[in-house]
Design a protein around this ligand. Structure first.
Ligand code: NAD
Length: 496
């Protein structure tokens, strides 16, 4: 048993809020206790952050870059400790936890080249003797509120760029798997980041609302479910903040009859069942076109049936438990409802028991087909290892089905046809598209974000859009007339 406290002003701090147990999804046992924040905790972190940010914004770009390089090295040296903390609290396999750390580090690596991204523009003689230039400045104290499913990677989409651009960052991680964030805070300190530039405040709704309403916070980045994304976007925008709020998803993968069906099934199985389907870029829906349907069902059944379900720390495990008992019950209930509505259960994950882990949150890979397109097991985000296979007659019907979803996070098409691949990328109403790639999560030097109910706000996360999000631009027009020069003034609007 261990305690997870806030990290404020470079030190662990318990605060005065309530506590909550931290549970191991593989056993159901309590492994730790989390101290929850409140408005007073947020107030204190903002006050410390404001003072730290004033000095941090004056630190040279090379010194900031050197700290980020040291941080990258420390992350690599401590990857085992962070991955084990993630597996203990989230449940995912150690390999998957290391994978998310590596993907998170892409944004840290991107932020080490902030010297390039903060270069402004300069134009000489925009009018004779008049020059113009631009520069980008930090916003001040900014906050990040993150989901349980990527306790390392998603915060890393935010803080390296926020810090590199001269802001102070307050992280409010998920209360289900909070430990990784405190390790990151400790490593930032070891890397030489001044205290107060990166802080962690834990908690649930009370802490989130305090961050969204606090006048000392200039911007909020949120990643989580759509209803909470809408709430955060509404509350923080009303409080005058810049907001990017990434929401939920229901990603479709289209399988054309000309695709390599075995390959598509393997890739879609990894998208649907990897990390027990708890990825915002998971593939919970396959759309088979024409003759692809029957061979795809056979291939996906074979893929699902060979998956080994077990605890994340067991090296032989392919698929770990889901995060809570509620999440497991939701997958079972959605399978029951699909069956009652006439759906065919191709692979049944209900009733799975993992020996020695009877109280763990385990549910097996599930594949369902013959569902009506209005059924909630198809239309709602499951966020568990459940794949619905929808069958359509042709490409246009597939496109129409995908575009009818209120979500627009990720999608994929499996095909050998350049013609259909190109039409798909052009006509689909989705932010991130994979062509023969099931989880098209952009690399750290591009930006990540969905369309429609998968993102509220103007900016996508990480990469170049994060530099814009965490900075404000100034445009400066300069003239240096000689003191003896006689320049006439005019009341007319200046032209060139
Ligand atoms: P969640 O929305 O329940 O929680 C996200 C954050 O909001 C957490 O920090 C949580 O403490 C806080 N929160 C929860 N309830 C709140 C409330 N009522 N008021 C204010 N704050 C609240 O999401 P989750 O279950 O942690 O994560 C899974 C969801 O996140 C899925 O919907 C998934 O699709 C989504 N997600 C999206 C992306 C993306 O990039 N679009 C990435 C990862 C996860």
């Amino acid at each position: 048993m261990y305690d997870v406290t806030h990290w404020i002003a470079g030190r662990p701090e318990e605060g005065t809020g309530a506590t909550q147990p931290i549970l191991d999804p593989a056993t159901g046992d309590q492994v730790g206790t989390l101290h929850l924040g409140d408005a007073a905790t947020v107030d204190r972190a903002v006050e410390i952050g404001r003072a730290a940010q004033r000095d941090w914004a004056q630190v040279s770009l090379s010194k900031r870059t050197q700290i980020l390089y040291r941080m990258r090295q420390l992350m690599l040296e401590n990857v085992e400790e962070i991955a084990r903390a993630i597996t203990r609290e989230h449940g995912k396999t150690i390999g998957d936890a290391k994978g998310e750390i590596a993907r998170g580090l892409e944004t840290l690596e991107f932020a080490t080249s902030i010297t390039q991204d903060l270069k402004g523009g300069f134009s000489e003689n925009v009018s004779t003797g008049v020059d113009a230039h631009t520069m980008r400045q930090p916003l001040g104290v900014v906050a990040g509120i993150t989901p349980f499913n990527f306790p390392a990677m998603v915060p890393f989409w935010m803080h390296p760029v926020a810090i590199a651009t001269g802001n102070a960052f307050i992280l409010k991680p998920s209360e289900r798997d909070p430990s990784a964030s405190n390790i990151v805070a400790r490593l930032y300190q070891e890397a030489g980041l001044p205290d107060g530039v990166f802080q962690v405040v834990h908690g649930g709704k009370e802490t989130v609302d305090a961050l969204c309403e606090h006048p000392g916070i200039s911007a909020v980045s949120f990643v989580g479910s759509t209803p909470i994304a809408q709430h955060v976007h509404r509350v923080a925008s009303a409080a005058g903040k810049r907001v990017q709020a990434l929401g939920g998803a229901n990603n479709h993968a289209v399988v054309m009859p000309d695709a390599n069906i075995e390959f598509a099934a393997g890739q879609i199985a990894s998208g649907a069942f990897g990390s027990a389907g708890e990825r915002c870029m998971a593939v919970p829906v396959a759309v088979t076109v024409g003759d692809a349907h029957e061979p795809f069902l056979a291939a996906i059944r074979a893929e699902a049936e060979k998956i080994v379900v077990g605890p994340g720390e067991d090296p032989s495990t392919d698929m770990p438990p889901v995060i809570t008992k509620d999440a497991r019950d939701r997958v079972i209930r959605m399978t029951d409802e699909a069956e009652q509505a006439g759906g065919t259960i191709v692979v049944d994950g209900r009733g799975l028991v993992v020996e020695g882990h009877e109280n763990g949150n385990f549910v097996g890979p599930t594949v369902i087909t013959d569902l009506d397109r209005g059924h909630s097991t198809y239309t709602d985000e499951v966020f568990g290892p459940l794949l619905v296979v929808m069958h359509v007659n042709n490409f246009d019907e597939a496109l129409e089905l995908v575009n009818s979803s209120p979500f627009g996070n990720g999608t994929a098409i499996f095909t050998a046809s350049g013609h259909y691949a190109r039409r798909y990328q052009e006509e689909v109403q989705v932010g991130m598209i994979g062509i023969n790639v099931p989880i098209p999560t952009p690399v750290g030097y591009y930006s990540f974000g969905g369309w429609k109910d998968s993102l509220f706000g103007e900016h996508h996360a990480h990469g170049p859009e994060a530099v814009s999000f965490y900075t404000r631009q100034k445009a400066i027009t300069t003239r240096w007339p000689h003191q003896d020069e006689h320049l006439e003034s005019s009341m007319s609007f200046p032209t060139h």
